[in-house]
Design a protein around this ligand. Structure first.
Ligand code: PLP
Length: 389
């Protein structure tokens, strides 16, 4: 896509953000910066809610505005608003789905992989222990291919006929690998296995159709690639499967057929929620996930193309365009300690990135560009890799 390579266009986008001077940031995977306009709107809402207090919140926000925000989000996602409940983050969403899933019988099995997020893995381990079901843990081979990923799940499904529920991560935080979610979830569905999808890194950088994914349960946040204020997430449950998720902690505020009772109770960050209409407008104006994702993947390609040719560097995330997005991990293969190498990237080259481990491909350094990253920043990264390799 030509727009993804248009540095002048992205310089204008970058100009919409305030950036603290310091190292070049290649760790935009933690959370996204808000644009200046989103920040300004957020600050205004914060000041207003602080001034008006419960007079506004009880009379307008709780009764009308929160519903308008939910409808806005549902429109963006292309699903009915009755399938959405707002939460405070992806972990909260996913853990609520896991702990309230009620369709398990003794002897059933539940599945996680080495690429799932830690809070999902621990949640599923807890589920197995407390419900007396068996946990199946699979490890994906390295290097991964579209076929090997599908095969790993097919093998697990065949070996474990009592599988009832599985976690699936759309984009793994360990290496940025994008799972063939559509095919894996379809295979699971054909065997009657429910999927809880972790969409934390997918929303805002991958173009996917939530309504058409054969996934009944999913958890997301809004602060990564949507650029919303911190502290927002949501649960998606397909209407016809709502009864498989119990109201959270016996919630009685809502009718049994209302998804809102499935979200953990608590006073939300109201000013942050009020900012979402601005966030969604900016997301659309930029071209949505298609354009944002293409830019991030282009920045990734710029460094990976060079790094693949460097002695001393193993790029661990595959180059199959179906299997990567903006995030990619690598390893200095002549150096044992990747944490030390990440430190040297920072100290000697002014580049900030983090290490990740826990997957079959071993410890690695994760490179995550963002919307303020330029081609020049990537050139600085490739020079640093060449020098340290
Ligand atoms: C794949 C994945 N899942 C879940 C989460 C948790 O998101 P949150 O911080 O919104 O709980 C993260 C956060 O980095 C993630 O990368």
């Amino acid at each position: 896509m030509a727009r993804a390579r248009d540095e002048a266009f992205w310089r204008n986008v970058a100009d919409q953000y305030d950036v603290e001077p310091g190292p070049t940031n290649f760790e935009h995977g933690y959370f996204g910066r808000m644009t200046r306009e989103v920040l300004r709107t957020y600050e205004q809402h914060l000041a207003y809610v602080n001034r008006s207090n419960s007079v506004y919140v009880r009379q307008r926000f709780d009764t009308q505005d929160s519903e308008i925000i939910r409808e806005d989000l549902a429109r963006l996602l292309g699903v009915p608003s009755e399938e959405i409940a707002l939460t405070r983050c992806a972990s909260e969403s996913l853990q609520a789905l896991i702990r309230n899933y009620n369709d398990l019988q003794p002897g059933d099995e539940v599945l996680i992989s080495d690429l799932d997020y830690n809070s999902v893995q621990s949640g599923m381990r807890w589920l197995a222990k407390t419900r007396g079901v068996t946990l199946v843990e699979i490890t994906h081979g390295h290097p991964a291919s579209h076929e090997s990923l599908l095969q790993a799940y097919d093998d697990a499904f065949a070996a474990h006929p009592r599988l009832k529920l599985m976690a699936l991560t759309h984009v793994t935080h360990r290496t940025g690998l994008v799972m063939p979610v559509q095919d894996i979830a379809a295979a699971a569905r054909s065997r009657g296995i429910d999927v809880i999808l972790d969409g934390a890194h997918a929303l805002g950088q991958l173009d996917f159709d939530l309504a058409r994914l054969p996934v009944a349960f999913a958890g997301f946040n809004l602060q990564k690639w949507m650029g919303a204020p911190l502290s927002l997430g949501f649960i998606h449950i397909k209407k016809e499967r709502l009864q498989a998720i119990d109201p959270d902690m016996g919630d009685t505020r809502y009718a049994p057929d209302d998804i809102l009772g499935r979200a953990p109770y608590g006073t939300p960050n109201i000013p942050a929620l009020m900012t979402l209409s601005t966030v969604f407008a900016e997301h659309r104006a930029l071209g949505g996930s298609v354009v944002k994702g293409a830019r991030l993947a282009h920045l990734r390609d710029l460094w990976v193309r060079e790094a693949r040719e460097m002695d001393g560097i193993d790029v661990l995330t595959p180059d199959d365009p179906r299997l990567y997005c903006g995030i990619t991990s690598f390893r200095f293969n002549r150096h044992a300690d990747q944490a030390l190498m990440a430190r040297r990237l920072l100290d000697e080259h002014g580049i900030f990135a983090v290490t990740r481990d826990g997957s079959a491909c071993g410890p690695c350094i994760r490179i995550t560009p963002g919307f303020t990253t330029s081609a020049d920043d990537v050139a600085q990264l490739t020079e640093a890799l060449r020098s340290l390799a």
